[in-house]
Design a protein around this ligand. Structure first.
Ligand code: NAD
Length: 433
């Protein structure tokens, strides 16, 4: 089939490349001319495992094209996905201005039937807004359908998640739209990936409710971890013992610095805002978000417990990305930690294997060990594999004070203490030699 995707960010690009790899011809449309120019040459604007090869393979096969000009392809495609950003507004509701701008443009350009599929994460009712906006801007007498097809991929595993989905959710209100979506996803359906057809509104809610549930699991285990610290229990054992219950499961039960990134924080806040606007408040999710805010700064609280006043102290940070295997720093705990350290008057030295630039006054280091030079303590903020087996002897030499505060529980406490460090992590008894 011929497909169009408006918005070539993490979701649009992965969707485009994966659908092209299944044999569709895909036009990726973006307003960012620089991004389009780079992608047209096969250069990726983001870091995402497996994506580079996938994009280039499909460019070579002429199945993947990039353009800023929606008019050049809109009337050639069988279906058009909306994968533009839906960032948070100041009042926490989702900013739908990109969705609306794209919808207006679609209306103005459409001259044949098309199904417009919202893949962006949007509040319930947004597909109706898309329909209304297109309708109001129609320049030609044509019919069209709208559909909702939320995306569940995770950055860092986006290609695998898209190719091997737990489920494909499709919200439709016309048979024609459903049959087009079935055709698009035929290779996935043939591979036994569940294909769930719902109403448009239910599909929209499934996405937010799924993210909200996962965020709840994270905040839940983090509160249990904080409790373990004062109660003298070990979160690793507690989470393992809980996770073996098939009703609970192990996933998203890793205590740490809470969730970050471009999805969970904004989606939880947006769902809370939508709930309020419908007069059906999400009291649980308000608590989930508050707990997360506290948890992100847990390593700073611990650092102050160890060092006292942080003014004039030098602090090393390992990891900026909101999680491993991505370069995304949107709502990353590291940024809030840096702000808190800056406000406390500390100097910050940072290393991340992939993120090499941030708009903060910090020392960006070439490697993990040199980030620790003369530091009063090391904070581990992202669970990059690169940090799993550090040269502890070299690390001890670099640090002025052998203190490691591990926000991701990467190490066995006994092993780090045996190397001569004071080691403090999340939800485990404190250790020092
Ligand atoms: P992104 O910011 O990486 O990409 C959005 C892209 O849309 C940008 O390249 C931007 O230039 C482009 N754009 C904006 N307005 C446009 C317009 N009018 N016409 C053409 N292009 C336009 O965002 P993302 O992370 O890919 O997320 C997109 C949507 O998918 C969001 O709603 C997000 O919540 C959702 N989502 C994201 C993830 C994720 O892991 N990133 C996962 C699932 C769902």
């Amino acid at each position: 089939m011929k497909l169009g995707i408006i918005g070539t960010g993490y979701v649009g690009l992965v969707t485009g490349a994966c659908l092209a790899d299944h044999g569709h011809t895909v036009h990726c449309i973006d307003i960012d001319a620089k991004k389009v120019a780079r992608l047209s040459k096969g250069e990726l604007p983001i870091y995402e495992p497996e994506l580079d090869e996938l994009v280039n393979r499909n460019i070579e096969k002429n199945r993947l094209q990039f353009t800023t000009d929606l008019a050049s392809c809109i009337n050639e495609v069988d279906a058009l996905f909306l994968a533009v950003g839906t960032p948070p507004r100041a009042d926490h509701s989702a900013d739908l201005s990109a969705v609306e701008a794209a919808s207006r443009q679609i209306g103005q350009l459409l001259n044949k039937y098309l199904v417009v599929i919202t893949k962006s994460t949007v509040p319930v009712g947004t597909s109706e807004l898309v329909r209304k906006t297109i309708q109001e801007n129609l320049a030609n007498d044509v019919t069209f359908d709208v559909a909702s097809n939320p995306e569940f991929l995770r950055e860092g595993a986006a290609v695998r998640d898209f190719m091997e989905p737990d489920r494909i959710v499709v919200g439709v209100d016309s048979e024609r739209a459903e049959s087009i979506l079935r055709e698009i996803y035929k290779p996935f359906i043939q591979n036994d990936h569940p294909f769930i057809v719902t109403t448009i509104k239910s599909a929209e809610v499934i996405k937010y409710a799924s993210n909200a549930f996962l965020a709840t699991k994270i905040s839940f285990i983090n509160e249990v971890a904080n409790f373990c610290e004062v109660a003298g229990a070990t979160i690793d054992d507690v989470a393992k013992g809980m996770g073996l219950d098939s009703r609970i499961g192990h996933k998203y039960l890793h205590a740490g610095l809470g969730y970050g990134g471009s999805c969970f924080p904004k989606d939880i806040k947006a769902l809370v805002a939508t709930g309020k606007s419908f007069g059906s408040p999400f009291r649980l999710l308000e608590a989930v978000e508050t707990i997360n805010q506290h948890q992100q700064l847990r390593v700073v609280t611990k650092l102050a417990q160890h060092l006292g006043d942080l003014k004039g102290k030098t602090v090393a940070i390992w990891g900026l990305a909101f999680k491993a295997k991505t370069d995304d720093i949107r709502e990353a705990p590291a940024l809030r930690i840096i702000e808190a350290l800056r406000d406390a008057g500390a100097k910050v030295q940072v290393f991340d294997p992939v993120v090499k630039q941030i708009e903060y006054d910090v020392v960006m280091s070439e490697d993990a060990i040199s980030a620790c030079k003369d530091a009063d303590g090391l904070l581990i903020v992202t669970e990059w594999e690169d940090f799993l087996y550090p040269d502890f002897k070299a690390l001890k030499k670099q640090l002025k004070n052998p203190l490691i505060i591990d926000g991701r529980n990467l190490y066995t406490p006994e092993a780090v203490v045996a190397e001569g460090f004071v080691y403090d992590s999340i939800g485990r008894p404190k250790r020092s030699s």
